[in-house]
Design a protein. Structure first.
Length: 351
């Protein structure tokens, strides 16, 4: 397992992060999240132990996952396993609806303060390493959210902050406000990306590079679409799983099938799985800090963790890049055109 710094911080996290959306057990409070997985405490303990044994030191959850059950199972697993708090980096998120009330959601100071205390209690810890704004709140001014997050960092309840599922301009505005007021700056962006869904390359990736933000990738197999169970060459009895129950996130099927065709050839030549090729491609991208992997079974998790041992060569990377390359979008193609007209000129002193 390799480790990377969390954005511009000095904190190291494993390049694979354990996702916890499958931790919901039989608790009725989990609601529709049970369709992602129904792992109860003994199974959760085994999954966390397996990830730690493979060098994973990074776990990502959210207050909305199984409506709090996921956080509770995660916190209890770490206690059951006797894991030292300093040996694991815990990330969670807030903003999504966690109750029926009008203030049971969003990024307001009120909901944020309620959320962090509830998460700390469920996780059985006195601090959260990475606290992330889970979604865009069009009602709450960003100043209110950022000031509240900064207060939590100063109080020691949160160590780093991040943002997820937002437009590049909005993330940049948040960074600018933080810089102006001396508040805690976002360290990370959590976003969806995969070999077949590379929309973030239009706007988000340039922002990550310019501002030194770390990228945490969610749904790296595009909801199981890139697992090898679908598309060209899939077994006749394949197709069961989360994608059959919830067709999300949206992916261009033609592009996905083109990627899968190349990944099948690579997996056959390498003696690995299609899923491992898809994950390995992400791990080769310089802008990726950590890839979040979740699983229903230890076998699935072992397979995902095996991607850390797969090194793709330049030819394989080129094939996958060509298959999954997104179509140019404006103003990107015009920016590229304009840039080509202006290149650094060498200084020639006059004699």
């Amino acid at each position: 397992m390799r480790y990377k710094t969390l954005g511009r911080t000095g904190l190291y996290v494993s390049e694979l992060c354990l996702g916890t959306m499958t931790f919901s057990g039989s608790d009725e409070r989990a609601g529709f999240f049970r369709s992602f997985g129904q792992l109860e405490q003994p199974a959760v303990d085994r999954m966390v132990a397996l990830a730690l044994e493979h060098g994973v030191n990074f776990i990502d959850t959210a207050d909305v996952y199984a409506f709090g059950v996921s956080e509770s199972l995660t916190g209890q697993a770490l206690r059951n396993l006797g894991v030292a708090r300093s040996d694991v980096v815990l990330a969670t998120k807030f903003t999504a609806p966690v109750g029926p009330g009008p203030n049971d959601r969003g990024a307001s100071r009120g909901h944020l303060m309620d959320s962090v205390h509830a998460s700390l209690k469920r996780l059985q810890t006195d601090h959260i390493d990475l606290y992330q704004v889970h979604a865009t709140d069009h009602v709450t001014p960003q100043e209110e959210t950022l000031r509240a997050l900064d207060d939590l960092v100063r109080q020691g309840k949160v160590r780093y902050t991040g943002v997820s599922n937002q437009h590049g301009w909005r993330i940049m505005k948040g960074l600018g406000l933080a810089d102006r007021h001396g508040w805690t700056r976002y360290a990370t962006v959590q976003a969806h990306a995969s070999v077949a869904n590379r929309d973030i390359e239009h706007d988000i990736v340039p922002l990550l590079r310019e501002e030194g933000l770390g990228l945490l990738v969610w749904s790296p197999l595009s909801g199981g679409l890139l697992s090898g169970k679908f598309g060209p060459g899939a077994p006749a009895d394949a197709g069961s799983g989360r994608r059959e129950q919830m067709d999300f996130p949206p992916v261009d099927r033609d592009r996905a099938w083109a990627c899968i065709e190349q990944m099948r050839a690579i997996s056959k030549a390498r003696g690995c799985t299609v899923a491992q090729v898809a994950l390995a491609w992400l791990l080769h991208q310089a802008h990726v800090t950590s890839v979040i992997v979740g699983a229903r079974t230890p076998e699935q998790l072992r397979d995902n963790l095996g991607a850390a041992q797969l090194t793709l060569d330049d030819a394989e990377l080129a094939l996958l890049d060509a298959a999954g390359r997104p179509a140019p979008q404006y103003p990107g193609w015009m920016v590229d055109y304009g840039t080509s007209q202006r290149v650094p000129q060498p200084f020639v002193p006059k004699v």
